[in-house]
Design a protein around this ligand. Structure first.
Ligand code: SF4
Length: 370
């Protein structure tokens, strides 16, 4: 009997051997993952107990360095829940499921929130706190399949709430679609022991990627190719598929470099000094970062600095202002925060800086290309 997690179905379906048992699995404990855990916990407590947890306490508990980010994401979470809560009557939080798809295949999972009221189908709410905007539909279908089985229904709706921008997407999966999907999952589960590896984007979070023969071969040949690359040769690449391959290789190399760097750091901490054999050695250096506490410093600084100089030395965080406004407001915290930001915006007290980053999204086919 084998169990497969709904959150990993896209990888199971794309590359069944990635779920092979008995292989050494390496799972990464990342800041993004810990931030996600903190947010899920905060939302669970808010929905089930109506209590807002403190972002600084959450950051400490979940070992996250940026409490402001937790505060910002939690705020989006509260606004989203305000919008969505009528769609989720009598919500249950943190509900696990085990759905027997076949004699030898069980689908497991964990729903952040589920609502089954009256005769309606299960409605699942899934919080996402990462940067990825497009979630594999297989994952959502997995939750729908698990929820339908857990509540003896034949169809289900999954709502993905994106805590990074306050948006959400809802999809209802009908009976026939879920049945066909269940059959695909069973087929993939039974192909786990066949050597049919498929390299692709799904490799990024594969716990077997360090030992995977297919990925290893691709990375080795690609690293050689990367070492000859310049911005000019990249600009001249005509095959866009080549860029996708290069991005995957870069992520593998970055992962490997991170593991080695952390290993060297741990070794240096353990030994105190590491002799590099070339007349140099590694050691851990203590250093201090200074910050000025505004309340204590204010009376002194205002004697020595002009208003403009003081303003230039101070950064007011939007999330800290929102925290304070929310703390001073009993109901409608989201609206109160939005109102004060609106007023600040009107007097041009909000500074905006624009940045660009590479994002991946699902391609929308141009009607003329069809
Ligand atoms: S690294 Fe990629 S190709 Fe290799 S087992 Fe994992 S998903 Fe499959």
């Amino acid at each position: 009997m084998r169990k497969y997690r709904a959150s990993q179905l896209n990888r199971l379906l794309a590359c069944p051997p990635s779920h092979r048992e008995g292989e050494l699995e390496i799972r990464e404990d990342t800041e993004i993952a810990r931030t996600g855990s903190a947010l899920h916990h905060a939302m669970e407590i808010w929905v089930s107990e109506g209590k807002a947890l403190d972002a600084v306490d959450l950051a400490k508990e979940f070992n996250v360095s940026d409490a402001d980010e937790i505060a910002m994401l939690f705020k989006f979470g509260l606004q989203l829940w305000d919008e969505l809560k009528d769609y989720f009557p009598e919500p249950k939080t943190e509900v696990g499921f085990e759905a027997q798809l076949a004699d030898d295949v069980i689908l497991t999972g964990h729903m952040d929130l589920v609502s089954v009221s009256g005769k309606s189908e299960p409605r699942v709410l899934d919080y996402k706190s990462g940067w990825v905007k497009q979630w594999p539909v297989e994952q959502l279908k997995g939750y729908a399949l698990g929820a339908a089985a857990a509540f003896s229904a034949t169809k289900a709706t999954v709502v993905v709430a994106n805590l990074r921008d306050g948006s959400y997407d809802a999809r209802t999966f009908e009976t026939d679609e879920l049945k066909a999907f269940g059959r695909k999952v069973i087929a993939a589960a039974r192909a786990v022991d066949q050597d049919k590896y498929e390299v692709g984007d799904h490799c990024t979070f594969c716990p077997l990627s360090h030992s995977c023969p297919a990925r290893g071969a691709l990375v080795r040949s690609s690293v050689n190719a990367l070492s000859d690359m310049t911005t000019d040769t990249i600009a001249g690449i005509a095959d866009d598929g080549k860029l996708a391959e290069m991005r995957m290789v870069i992520s593998s190399v970055e992962k490997a470099v991170k593991i080695v760097k952390e290993g060297i750091r741990d070794l240096t901490i353990a030994r105190g000094v590491v002799d590099l054999g070339n007349g140099k050695e590694l050691f851990m250096q203590d250093y201090e970062l200074k910050g000025i506490l505004p309340l204590k410093a204010w009376p002194i600084l205002k004697e020595h600095l002009s208003r403009e100089q003081l303003a230039g030395a101070i950064i007011i965080k939007v999330t800290a202002v929102q925290d304070a406004v929310a703390a001073n407001t009993s109901g409608g915290k989201g609206a109160a925060c939005a109102a004060i930001l609106d007023v600040l915006d009107k007097v041009e007290a909000i500074k905006r800086t624009k940045h660009k980053r590479i994002q991946t999204r699902k391609r929308v086919e141009n009607a003329e290309e069809k």
